[in-house]
Write a protein that binds this ligand. Structure first.
Ligand code: PRP
Ligand code: MN
Ligand code: MG
Length: 190
């Protein structure tokens, strides 16, 4: 804590826009996984892996949207951190909490709030692929391509955004603002 201060500059995505995007993503996911997930011949369970802390709100909304479309799934979480309370990535990803259950043979959908340099997502994809899932895809609410350092596939993207500090809907600036129901740009002060 302490150090840099920030305040909300302008709203980028209102609650309604986020809810509409979540429904749209859920519908695409439902179609893509139809016939592949659940019980029965040739099917495997779908496990949604939310990446804490940033993706906690998006994951909660997306799994309920999938549930409303009757997509059967399980939920697990990993907690990783590369930024800590800093605003620049350290490039070193630490696993603070790993999966609770094995994902071997399952369809895994990794849920992230944002892909920036791509270092976190690349690390997570390698970590999960090493556990031999039936498939692995990533669903990311925000994509900031200007900041990319490593190439990493992202199968589902909510919004592509310019290189600005964003907060809210789970996303923090130095651990602040995660609780905002909308996504906003912040202005740094001092
Ligand atoms: C943020 C964000 C992503 C990652 C994206 O997490 O939630 O997980 O950084 O950045 P990258 O593409 O440059 O790796 P952070 O490390 O801040 O942890 P948090 O989710 O707990 O806020
Ligand atoms: Mn994160
Ligand atoms: Mg963070």
């Amino acid at each position: 804590g302490g150090g840099a201060r920030a305040r909300i500059d302008r709203v980028l995505f209102r609650e309604e826009a986020l809810a509409a995007k979540v429904r749209e993503l859920a519908e695409r996911i439902r179609q893509d996984y139809a016939g592949a997930v659940g019980a029965g011949a040739g099917r495997a369970p779908l496990t949604v892996v939310g990446i804490l802390k940033g993706a906690f709100v998006f994951t909660a909304d997306l799994v309920r949207a999938l549930g409303a479309l009757e997509v059967p799934l399980q939920v697990d979480f990993m907690a990783v951190s590369s930024y800590g309370s800093a605003t620049q990535t350290s490039g070193i990803i630490r696993i603070l909490k790993d999966l609770d259950r094995p994902i071997r043979g399952q369809h895994v959908l990794l849920i992230e709030d944002i892909v920036d340099t791509g270092l976190t997502l690349r690390y997570l994809r390698e970590h999960l692929m090493a556990q031999d899932p039936a498939s692995l895809k990533a669903c990311v609410l925000l994509d900031k391509p200007e900041r990319r350092v490593v190439d990493v596939p992202v199968e589902y993207v909510g919004f592509t955004i310019p290189d600005e500090f964003v907060v809210g809907y789970g996303i923090d600036y130095a651990e602040q603002f995660r609780y905002l129901p909308y996504i906003a740009c912040v202005r740094l002060e001092g």
